[in-house]
Write a protein that binds this ligand. Structure first.
Ligand code: PMP
Length: 376
């Protein structure tokens, strides 16, 4: 099997799985318990939090709340920041459904919500964003790396626009497709809230985190035993947290080499597509997008048909975000100005450090084969 859907999820590192089993077998205690083994576990998790804060380049008194994944982190960030219906809440049009649908829900609840348009390259339109920013705006959510196109938003530039045009505005970043893959700093970009997830970087599914800067006011959105500073009630999942920690350390230690490696793969893919399939395929992702993700459009075709054909050849790709693969059209690529009919032919190919050039060759051969079959 050739797995080219790493933006949907990655194969867990052996080390992540081993530590998950080890903690569950040997340190299965409740970290909120006051007896020694429970409290020891609590202290170890506190140290893991300190390391996550430094992974993100935060400050000592910032917080990390572990969650069940980035969907929960995004929900907590958005609904936990919704205090005032008179103020304005801005979201980019490129957001993952776990942000976009929260924005729609806020709007349904009577909050003042607006969406920032995208440029042709998939990044937000900074000039329009600047016009939208004023003292009325109290919350802005813009993702770091887009999960469908790989477009990288310039967080530094966004942060400057926010500080020049707003008063006390919360800046939330969904960094799921960037953390452990492309360097960024919450401090340099004045990020208040940042969502990350383990299963996109060789961790297990069902664990993520929300980074909360010490300057940020956040309310709880679930109710229970008041674990995690009262922000996330429920028994803390120690095994999942240590497993996430392991995956984060491995990813960050290899970040530079992995980035160079996948950049080479993406260049190789695009060069081959251009020489062998020119006029048949349009590369949507811009040259400076994340090397981990390439979005392609096969005009006059349906992405879903290509995906099924490749699947029958044991090559796994996606037609867009897997979380929304049942939907019609593609909000993100359409927001970049592509025609609705063309967008039907979109697929996403996403790499990991385990992907090889031979696998890319096989992917291209399978597309050539598909083209022959369809055109005869
Ligand atoms: N945000 C982005 C950008 C994503 O790619 C994903 C996963 N598809 C999520 C949020 C949701 O993450 P999780 O699966 O951990 O809930």
């Amino acid at each position: 099997m050739i797995y080219l859907d790493n933006a949907a999820t990655t194969k867990p590192y052996k080390e992540s799985l081993e530590i998950f089993n080890k903690i569950n077998a040997e340190r299965y205690f409740n970290p909120s318990a006051s007896y020694s083994v429970g409290f020891d576990l609590y202290k170890d998790i506190e140290n893991v939090k300190k390391d996550f804060i430094s992974f993100l380049d935060g400050e000592e008194n910032d917080k990390i709340v572990f969650t069940s994944g980035a969907t929960e982190s995004n929900n907590l960030a958005i609904f936990g920041s919704s205090f005032n219906k008179q103020k304005k809440y801005l979201f980019s049009m490129g957001e993952h459904p776990s942000v976009y649908n929260c924005a729609c829900e806020l709007k349904n609840k009577g909050y003042n919500v607006d969406f920032i348009p995208l440029q042709r390259n998939g990044e937000i339109d900074y000039a329009i964003f600047e016009q939208m920013c004023n003292e009325e705006v109290c919350f802005i959510s813009v993702m770091f790396v887009n999960n469908e196109t790989g477009a990288i938003n310039n967080l530094q530039k966004i942060s400057e626009i926010i500080s020049q045009n707003t008063n006390s505005c919360v800046f939330h970043v969904d960094a799921v497709q960037g953390f452990g893959k492309i360097n960024f700093s919450v401090s340099d970009c004045n990020i208040n809230l940042c969502s990350i997830s383990a299963h996109k970087i060789g961790g297990i599914k069902g664990v993520g985190a929300l980074y909360i800067s010490n300057k940020t006011r956040l309310k709880n959105v679930n109710f229970g035993g008041n674990q995690e500073y009262g922000l996330r009630s429920g028994t803390v999942n120690a095994a999942a947290i240590f497993s996430f920690y392991e995956a984060a350390k491995i990813s960050l230690n290899n970040l530079k080499n992995n980035l160079l490696y996948v950049q080479d793969l993406k260049t190789y893919l695009i060069k081959n597509l251009e020489t062998k399939l020119d006029n048949y395929v349009k590369v949507v992702s811009s040259l400076d997008s994340s090397p981990y993700i390439t979005s392609l459009i096969f005009s006059g075709n349906r992405g879903e048909t290509i995906m099924r054909y490749l699947s029958s050849k044991e090559i796994m790709i996606s037609t867009g975000s897997a979380c929304s693969s049942s939907k019609v059209g593609n909000r993100i690529i359409e927001s970049m100005g592509y025609d609705k009919n063309k967008v039907m032919g979109a697929i996403r190919v996403s790499f990991s450090p385990l992907t090889t050039k031979e696998e890319i060759d096989k992917f291209i051969s399978a597309i050539l084969e598909y083209k022959e079959k369809i055109n005869t």
